[in-house]
Design a protein around this ligand. Structure first.
Ligand code: CAA
Length: 240
């Protein structure tokens, strides 16, 4: 029987590829979504993967969702904290709301989901938590003070929690994707994106599958000696 895996933001973009990759590897996947109901319905029809709507930035909603999943599918042993949004603007034009939304969805969500699954993982002596960071959390990015802060926070969160889980079979790792061909990246103004791609040594945007394969590697049962690490997957854009 496959392990139960939750992928937040798991119906589109990088999350979709992660959900599909895990399903194909035999995991019982629940793909969380929030914003785009139609895309989630289509995703479930196409892939046969259960999708479930809740706001990962709200603790009580995460609590209800994790309880339901555990009751219906079994204990949650894999969590991929992938959900993320951008609200790009230079700081002198960024509203407090743009800051709060990004911090809540991209970083508080990691606390919420890990906090609600870690006790059962520790009791069972097995857990895999993967947090999706970003090259922009490692290197910074013009117009992304909020996003860079949240993603950078994910890297610290990962290293601290990895230390706490290590003796209990719970590994915690981060993946830092570069610019991957998704709706989020396609929303970057074309002239800006052109300059960014010109700085990627591999010469192209990443593919969602480039990230999904790293998740599969890190969640494997025999990846138990890998914890607290960050896997940078950015076509050579930033070597950290
Ligand atoms: N470095 C230096 N200067 C930059 C710059 C950069 N990276 N980006 C923009 N600028 C400059 C522009 O050249 C422009 O200068 P001039 O006025 O002298 O021409 C000035 O900043 C203003 O630029 P805009 O006209 O674009 O101003 P704006 O206020 O309308 O928008 C912005 C600013 C929101 C930052 C916009 O440029 C933008 O969206 N940039 C993309 C930010 C980005 O890369 N986001 C990543 C999204 S994908 C993602 O986050 C996934 C991931 O993890 C990788």
């Amino acid at each position: 029987m496959g392990r139960v895996a939750i992928v937040t933001g798991g119906t589109r973009g990088i999350g979709r590829a992660i959900s599909v990759g895990l399903k194909n590897a035999g995991y019982k996947v629940v793909a969380n979504y929030f914003g785009n109901v139609d895309a989630a319905r289509q995703f479930s029809e196409e892939t046969g993967i259960t999708s479930m709507r809740w706001d990962v930035g709200v603790y009580a909603e995460c609590e209800a969702a994790v309880a339901k999943i555990a009751a219906e599918q079994g204990p949650v042993e894999v969590v991929v904290n992938n959900a993320g949004i951008t609200r790009d603007a230079v700081l002198h034009r960024m509203s407090p709301g743009m800051w709060e939304e990004v911090l809540q969805t991209n970083l508080t969500s990691c606390f919420n989901m890990a906090r609600l699954t870690i006790e059962s993982m520790r009791e069972r002596g097995f857990g895999r938590i993967i947090n999706i960071g970003s090259v922009n959390g490692q290197a910074g990015q013009y117009g992304q003070v909020n996003y860079a802060a949240a993603k950078s926070g994910i890297h610290g969160f990962t290293k601290a929690l990895a230390q706490e889980g290590a003796a209990k079979g719970v590994t915690v790792n981060a993946i830092a994707p570069g610019y991957v061909d998704t709706e989020m990246v396609r929303a970057v103004p074309p002239a800006v994106l052109e300059k960014i791609i010109a700085r990627i040594p591999v010469g192209r945007l990443g593919r969602a599958e480039d990230i999904a394969r790293c998740v599969l590697f890190l969640v494997a049962d025999d990846a138990d000696f890998i914890t607290g690490s960050t896997l940078s997957v950015n076509g050579g854009q930033h070597m950290y």
